[in-house]
Design a protein around this ligand. Structure first.
Ligand code: GLU
Length: 428
């Protein structure tokens, strides 16, 4: 499914330009917001376990910080590019604005494949990453977090390196840390749960009982696993998940019409979310090629993996039964596919709204770190649900009032908020 002509940053700019035009934004604000404020490109030398030295390429992009410190994850991915990081940083700005938390947008990345790196080598990459941007990140400037193929352990190594250099304790410099080490309860669940809070609200608006719905999830990492958990708790039936298989360098879809068993699948999944095909077959799952997640006859599709997964090539394979697409991943749907979804009247919960639960809980983590007082899980999840529900309804109300596609309505709210902050600060 790899499409070499796809450029996520061009897509982010194309989406922005269309809304800037609709809003009649002035030229200066348009130029400011369609480009990141700052970006850092650097190398990270690592002594590998076999004694050789390997040089990794790292990035951090700060798209906009008019509403607060830049905020966003760090991805470890072999296909990482600066344009992907630029796009993701831009989407973080809109994400923090749509849920109205006082943070801007940033993103980082390293070109590497953790599948082929030991824990020691990954630790060296994390520490090297921090050493290169130590003056440019931190609790009042730019706060990283986990993203694709990074987790709490990586965040803790990064925090430790930062604190060693700065000579103090700065738990608010990074989020997504393990619980007990400055992390917040609920952070691991937050992105997946947040997606499902928005699905729950969308179904209410469409007059559909969640208990009568089925869903297909792409990806079996953090977002999908917790998304499925809450969706099934609410009584929905997840019938398909797909995931990457590193040995075959291909993805597969795992289907069970009477509903997948989350615990069972978790038991045969590695830490990257790759499900063991052989064992899945033994457990009675039908194993199909990866693209098939999109063709399932379900009510809800949840792309929860990477960008460019619903595009001109496959959008027409979406079943007529699908009513909602909730974007757990960042940038999964291209503008070309959007045109088709609009025509078919499929209700899209756009990425930077649907998956904002992660960053919202990161914001709670920062607040708790600053107070040095940690909340019970119930309190975190209640606050999270409140913010996600409120954000969903603000976007939905605007979409309904002005007859807009949900993505366009969400963009309007976010861009206006950020543009206003830039204007009030006298930047434009
Ligand atoms: N990486 C996540 C995202 O794309 C979370 C970012 C954060 O918690 O700062 O939203």
């Amino acid at each position: 499914m790899a499409d070499n002509s796809f450029n996520a940053f061009e897509m982010a700019q194309q989406q922005f330009d269309a809304i800037a035009e609709k809003l009649g934004l002035d030229q200066g604000t348009r130029e400011l917001l369609r480009t990141p404020l700052r970006e850092y490109h650097f190398t990270i030398p690592v002594r590998m376990d076999d004694g050789s030295v390997k040089i990794f390429q790292g990035f951090r992009v700060q798209h906009n910080d008019a509403r607060g410190p830049s905020k966003g994850g760090i991805r470890f991915h072999p296909q990482e590019t600066i344009d992907t990081v630029r796009a993701l940083a831009t989407w973080m700005t809109w994400k923090c604005a749509v849920v109205d938390i006082p943070l801007g947008g940033g993103k980082g990345g390293v070109i590497c494949d953790p599948h082929n790196l030991s824990m020691r080598e990954q630790e060296q990459i994390c520490r090297g990453w921090v050493r290169q941007v130590v003056r440019n990140v931190g609790p009042v400037q730019d706060v990283p977090a986990p993203d694709v193929m990074t987790n709490g352990q990586h965040m803790l190594w990064m925090m430790d390196e930062y604190e060693r250099i700065m000579g103090g304790k700065f738990p608010g410099m990074i989020t997504g840390k393990p619980v007990g080490h400055g992390g917040s309860l609920g952070r691991t669940e937050a992105t997946g749960y947040g997606v499902v809070y928005t699905i729950r609200e969308a179904l209410k608006e469409l007059g559909i009982d969640i208990k009568n719905t089925t869903a297909s999830f792409q990806g079996f990492g953090n977002v999908s696993q917790y998304g499925i958990e809450l969706y099934q708790q609410y009584g929905g039936k997840a019938v398909c998940v797909s995931c990457w298989d590193n040995d075959d360098q291909a993805s597969y879809a795992f289907v069970r019409k009477d509903g997948i068993n989350l615990e069972e699948l978790r038991g045969i999944t590695n830490k990257f979310g790759d499900i063991n095909k052989k064992k899945a077959r033994e457990l009675g799952y039908e194993v199909l090629d990866g693209d098939k997640w999109i063709e399932q006859e379900v009510d809800i599709l949840v792309p929860g993996a990477l960008d460019n997964q619903i595009n001109g090539n496959n959008v027409n394979n979406i079943s007529a039964k699908v009513k909602i697409i909730a974007e757990g991943a960042n940038g999964p749907t291209t503008p070309e596919a959007d045109t088709v979804l609009k025509k078919r009247n499929i209700f899209v919960i756009p990425d930077f709204l649907a998956n904002a639960g992660g960053v919202t809980c990161s914001y709670f983590e920062q607040v708790q770190c600053n107070m040095n007082y940690f909340w019970p899980k119930e309190e975190v999840l209640t606050k999270l649900d409140h913010i996600m529900t409120q954000a969903f309804h603000s976007v939905y109300q605007l979409a309904k009032k002005k007859n807009l596609f949900m993505r366009d309505a969400a963009y309007m709210i976010s861009i206006q908020r950020v543009a206003e902050a830039c204007k009030m600060r006298g930047w434009v």
